[in-house]
Design a protein around this ligand. Sequence first.
Ligand code: ASP
Length: 319
Amino acid sequence: MTEKKPVIVVHGGAGTWQPERSQPGLEGVKRAAKTGFEILRKGGSAVDSVMEAVAVMEDDGAFNAGYGSTLNIEKQVEMEASIMNGKTLQAGAASLLKDIKNPVRLAKIVMEKTDHILVVGEGAEKLAKIFNLERRSPMTELRLKYHEQQKKILLEGKFELPKLYNLVKNHPEFFELETVGAVALDKDGNVAAATSTGGFPLKLPGRIGDSPLIGCGTYADNQAGACSATGVGEIAIRLVLAKTVCNFIEDGKTAQEAVESAISLVNKRITATYNSMGLIAVDAHGRIGAAHNSPNMCWAYLTPEIKEPVASLTAKIVK
Ligand code: ASP
């Protein structure tokens, strides 16, 4: 079999990236792309590549994943992550995690060491203990400050909790999403995807978003490609968005056409709620895709043709 040219694409979340946060975000996605690509360059697997790329962003502090995760309405962190292997269609995910340093590593353990796909809360914590996963408090000063600001606006009474999205719509500056994800193609022609998040700011305790749900926030299938989503999780869940992107690729679209079509679909079908979405993808031919309807999406990619990762705060904006 002829070797494929390895490719990695990573994102650090859709939303509005404030100028003062932009540089750390861009540096973070570049570091992640480099780490993931180095694994591919040495002949490593797409699964290892996306896991390590996501772990770099979980450790960074600039993103809403791992260290630096956003806080829920009760000022608690509940992290979640998933990973999928496009060769075997094996997948793993974990959610409602309080202090696992790298949720994506636990997702991979669920995928490879258990018969299950999604393990949450106490059970997930037990599994992490069995496999000696590192712990770290994910709380940062920055997220605590954001939490105070977000809650203040909420308590001013202009918005009610079930209408959190209206709050976000009116104050996007306080609701940077910043979930992280990665997709890759390795030399053997296998694709993989991974996503990790602290979830939506001010979410209710126990809320599970798209990021740990296979098909919604993460999907990978060698017959199509791989996709990681960011944005309002409830939208990605309704449209099974990552799988939809892979279906579009399987139907003959390139990765770029597929992510643009999926964002168009979001725009057409989801009109009654705050709508801010971003997608990255790679197809089985190694073509990459990135599109969003939010003002920004922090992302980067690296291929053998270029020496350094290319990073940007915008990709194709589909309105
Ligand atoms: N999709 C994530 C969630 O809804 C948020 C994000 O992408 O930043 O939990």
